[in-house]
Ligand binder design. Structure first.
Ligand code: 4NP
Length: 152
């Protein structure tokens, strides 16, 4: 079973949205995945997703009541097969902190989306554009699931 960790800065906006959407997408297609999310910071530790992410997950029928922000730990690098950051800073932080031999697990979310491989998912914490985050995350669900299947 592929194990996937989505990562952003606070683990309250982008990565919990990615976690919820991928859980639902894979489940609907009968594909068994372990999905979790974490932050590169501990600023929001223990907090529920941001109200903007809550609203989108609620609309999409994804339960977020058990989601709480947590910082990534070194154990996560051994536990998960895929560690997927939302922007270039997340990826740089994740690679910098990777234990020996683990940096290859780190990816940028949009790298699987044709023509958008270098794009970052902007932080809606600053912009309030949660709908844009949702649209970008939706574009990656199918190609990521295919990638997990290919390399399973
Ligand atoms: P996220 O957004 O990384 O998508 O969860 C943020 C959440 C909190 C903060 C920054 C970004 N913050 O500065 O607390």
């Amino acid at each position: 079973m592929p194990k996937v960790l989505f990562v952003c800065l606070g683990n309250i906006c982008r990565s919990p949205m990615a976690e919820g959407l991928m859980k639902q997408y894979s489940k609907e297609r009968g594909y068994i995945l372990q999905v979790d999310s974490a932050g590169t910071s501990s600023w929001e530790e223990g907090n529920l997703p941001h109200p903007g992410t809550q609203a989108i997950l609620k609309r999409e029928g994804v339960d977020f009541t058990n989601m709480r922000s947590r910082p990534i730990s070194s154990e996560d690098y051994y536990m998960f097969d895929w560690i997927i950051g939302m922007d270039d800073q997340n990826v740089a932080d994740l690679i910098n902190r990777a234990p020996q031999g683990m940096a290859d697990k780190v990816h940028l979310y949009m790298e699987v989306v044709k023509g958008k491989q270098q794009q970052e998912i902007p932080d809606p914490w600053y912009s309030g554009q949660f709908e844009k985050t949702y649209r970008m995350l939706m574009e990656g669900l199918k190609p990521w699931l295919n990638r997990f299947k290919e390399e399973a």
